[in-house]
Design a protein around this ligand. Structure first.
Ligand code: GLU
Length: 297
């Protein structure tokens, strides 16, 4: 890959090779390609395969086939997240050293039970923009020796961001609100980020190392991405990405969150909606022009 020319737009399509691409991915990939071409920029491809148990080389190959068929070209090399765990770990270690990340030991079941008990006694438990209950905050304050003992005794634990401390650090690092530039199909203009809405997000798991938030933020910077084009389902996650960018001293790309394609159930298409898989449509005789029409481009 040649080095970026100053101000050259660089975009990326970043699928997870844990299933076959469907029409929603086609909309995302084609929107990326169209914007890159209109801006005379470059399009990169990134495999978001941190979930090493569910991502496979076969799915990765099928992504390449689908994109070629759609007429989408990208600049090589393809970045594979599974090849960069040490890079993500170094950023996590930096956050741990600054006491911005803490080991979190509660299992999903324990969190669920705690939330149910609190709600049964009339409390309103805060939920994130995706509707999941926020992680309890008690473990933020464990003393170092208790943390060490619990790490030694635990089967598994995650590293979570201490949102309260992170926000305090942001307030002292920059004047004014944390914002991003948005040009997508929902709210547009300067958007004020609200990372607190997500609570203490996971940065590192014991089963799938690294987390979506940490690796996507680091990779967008490492690949010099200037414009992030992705679905509106990730609009609110951008608040966390902007926070991590400031904490880790990374540049802020511009964002374009495009409309989503919905299935007959009114929900966003998923890899389990097999009938919208691009390979199935191709085998059924559809052309790439048909796909453009089907996704409304
Ligand atoms: N890997 C994510 C997905 O397949 C996209 C992440 C992003 O574009 O930021 O939905």
């Amino acid at each position: 890959m040649s080095p970026p020319v100053c101000n050259e737009p660089i975009l990326r399509f970043a699928p997870s090779p844990n299933g076959r691409l469907h029409l929603g991915h086609a909309l995302s990939a084609l929107t990326n390609a169209d914007i890159a071409s209109a801006m005379q920029g470059r399009l990169l491809l990134r495999m978001e395969d941190i979930d090493i148990l569910r991502c496979t080389p076969e799915f990765e190959r099928s992504i390449h086939e689908d994109l070629y068929w759609l007429g989408i070209g990208w600049q090589k090399p393809v970045r594979r997240q599974s090849e960069h765990f040490a890079f993500y770990r170094a950023a996590l270690d930096d956050l741990i050293a600054r006491d911005l990340a803490y080991p979190a030991f509660l299992t999903r079941g324990e969190v669920k039970a705690g939330v149910a008990a609190a709600e049964a006694s009339g409390d309103i438990w805060p939920r994130d923009p995706d509707g999941a209950p926020l992680y309890p905050t008690e473990e933020r304050h464990l003393d170092p020796s208790t943390r060490r003992q619990r790490i030694a005794a635990a089967d598994r634990y995650a590293w979570r961001l201490n949102m309260e401390k992170a926000l305090a650090e942001i307030r002292s690092a920059q004047a004014g609100a944390l914002c991003w530039d948005e040009t997508g199909d929902g709210e547009k203009g300067l958007i004020v980020a609200d990372p607190a809405a997500w609570g203490d997000v996971v940065l590192w798991r014991s089963d799938a190392p690294s987390s979506y938030h940490l690796s996507v933020t680091l990779d967008d910077a490492a690949q010099g991405i200037t414009h992030v084009v992705r679905g509106l389902d990730l609009f609110h996650a951008t608040s966390v990405h902007r926070l991590l960018q400031v904490l880790l001293g990374l540049p802020a790309p511009a964002y374009h969150h495009h409309r989503l394609l919905l299935g007959p159930d009114g929900r966003k298409l998923s890899k389990s909606n097999g009938d919208t898989a691009l390979s199935t449509l191709r085998e059924g005789g559809a052309s790439s022009a048909d796909i453009r029409r089907l996704v409304g481009l």
